[in-house]
Design a protein around this ligand. Structure first.
Ligand code: SF4
Length: 291
């Protein structure tokens, strides 16, 4: 079964996806990846502990107190996540305290906005504490995993905003944001999550967002029925790639190669020829087991 990230990797560089999934090569860990996963984990854990923050908001309290409760939660979670990543940080000489100070403000800003949403809901509906939590819209589910044997696809959605009127997937991304819209791989990921959600919850997903964390901006995507065809075709193409006996050509965009962690192997002709020969000897069913 393919993962949604296989689809975006395919768009980025077919050859790289082949090297990873068929030859089993792994990109070395990069500091940006470690920092990105710390932020992701923090978001996930703050949202999964949100009930306590919201339920603790009682009548007579103001927005500043709610913002403060989120701030404390963010700081506590981030500290724990960083403490759990000490070994990886040490590998790159990253100082845990410096990382904490550099990452915390953007997380606090994000949850400050969430506090405003909760506060607005609370004042509009005049509900507090446990009742506020029970009625709150949207609730956010973090890291929701969906598997669809029918689509031959599985994925983990960063955030799912749940309203009584429907659901909205939100993908969190660190790094550069395009001038307009979203990067093609991010668009494909979002569409695939929409389709997985529709299948799983038997509902219609009308829209989704990519949240570019560093740029602090959300980019919108309206879903349409043609996206299903696009994703289905892409699943077929990626499966075809995995079953093929040929290593795909280099990407035409050589800029991508400059920052690629598999560059050395990829441009080592003898090594590639040998790995391709070995892969061709494998029965088809074993070829994409290096997932
Ligand atoms: S070095 Fe370039 S062609 Fe090779 S896998 Fe990386 S991005 Fe693709």
């Amino acid at each position: 079964m393919l993962s949604v990230t296989d689809l975006s990797s395919y768009l980025y560089c077919e050859r790289k996806l082949f090297l990873q999934k068929v030859f089993g090569l792994r990109e070395p860990l990069k500091p940006a990846l470690v920092k990105g996963s710390i932020r992701h984990k923090t978001y996930e854990l703050v949202y999964s502990g949100e009930e306590k923050v919201v339920s603790g908001f009682s009548q007579g309290m103001g927005l500043a107190e709610l913002v403060n409760a989120y701030r404390e939660k963010c700081a506590e979670v981030l500290r724990n996540v960083i403490a759990g990543s000490r070994e990886q940080l040490a590998m790159f000489g990253l100082d845990p305290e410096e990382l904490f100070s550099s990452v915390l403000p953007s997380i606090i800003k994000e949850f400050g906005e969430r506090a405003s949403v909760v506060f607005r809901f609370c004042t509009e509906h005049n509900v507090f504490g446990k009742e506020l939590w029970r009625k709150l819209e949207p609730k956010v589910e973090a890291e929701l995993k969906i598997v669809s044997p029918d689509l031959g696809l599985t994925g983990i959605i960063d955030h799912l905003e749940v309203y009584s009127s429907g659901m909205v997937p939100v993908e969190l991304k660190t790094g550069k944001m395009p001038r307009d819209g979203m990067w093609p791989g991010h668009r494909v990921q979002l569409m695939a999550y929409g389709i997985l959600l529709e299948k799983h919850f038997k509902t219609t997903i009308k829209e989704g967002f990519v949240h570019y964390l560093d740029a602090k901006e959300k980019r919108h995507l309206a879903f349409n029925p043609f996206m299903k065809i696009e994703i289905k075709e892409m699943v077929e193409k990626v499966n075809g790639l995995f079953q093929a006996k040929r290593l795909p050509d280099f990407t035409s965009n050589k800029q991508k190669c400059l920052s690629c962690g598999l560059k050395e192997s990829c441009y080592n002709e003898a090594k590639m020829r040998e790995m391709e020969g070995n892969a061709q000897k494998l029965p088809l069913s074993n070829k994409n087991q290096k997932v």
